[in-house]
Design a protein around this ligand. Sequence first.
Ligand SMILES: [Fe+2]
Length: 359
Amino acid sequence: MIKNIRNIDKIVFGGGSFSQLEDIIQSKRTENDKFFVFIVDDFFKGKYLEKSLPAYEDDLVFFLDASHEEPKTGQIDELRDEILSKSGLPSGIVGIGGGSIMDIAKALSVMVKQEGSSTLYQGLNLVENPGIYHVGIPTISGTGAECSTTAVLTGPVKKLGIKCEWTPFNQLILDPDLTLTVPKNQWFYTGMDSYIHCIESESGRLYNTFSKAYGDQSIELCREVFLGEDSGQSPENSEKLMVASLFGGLSLSYSEVGVCHALSYGLSYVFGTRHGIANCIAFNVLEDFYPQGVAEFKEMVRKHNIELPENLAAKWTDEQVTKMAEIAYALSHMWDHAVGENWKEKVTIDTIKDLFYRM
Ligand SMILES: [Fe+2]
């Protein structure tokens, strides 16, 4: 069957558009128990963004540290229980931050209406009740989490997203000004997520005209931002990378990620490595799968003097490498896209372990 994808309902794009948040959510404030939940990256605590947050007296504001670990199922369950017991069912949820905050906001918007732990809903279409209104405001570009239909969560046994009809945001506010203060390494690693999405999207059997149209445009923007004459962090490039991230995500919505993301999930699961840098560590050793993409990626690394962690495997135990390989192997939809339907004839746990040992 051909995929029937749900897209974002509304998008505002442009510098300064964050100031429209209050007006945008106003009409929703009469829904459910008449309060909003704001999930904000604690990087913004005490900064201008905190002061300009349109939070009313009954609203709940959570500043979360998303710098070390990726969202966990336990964290979502605790937040959900706290919100419901404190104030009831929110009118809506606003997520302001990077990919992790986007995923937390998406997961919460669904989980406030479900019984039991979020581990029960990790997978495709396992959610029973419609989620609530939610708004995504990304403050770093590249993850595509702002438009993906998945809220990626790490649980006790797997890293796998909640993916259902109600995960995509109802509203996006894409304000490139919010991304101007991102530290350089993070800017690079997260931006590369977008580039890698497009390379993986185009290098597999699910690739199609829809994915190509968005993917080609996204790669072109990434090249301007990371390799062009005026490459680097600038207001103009912030706009470009924000659109590259969105289009990279849209390209994926009708295609799939591949080998790099499978390995990256293993790294994140075992070592808690953040998604952007985990992708870069993995992509760096994937010449066999993506020769041109990896060569261009290495050029971008050189151009921006990024010191990519290498020789990591020297410190890993065989047990850790096996665990990462098992996590990666279990992501069959990614291997199926990248290698083909008969991927199990070509890829084994040992093949994957070899790739990890190159890192
Ligand atoms: Fe990604």
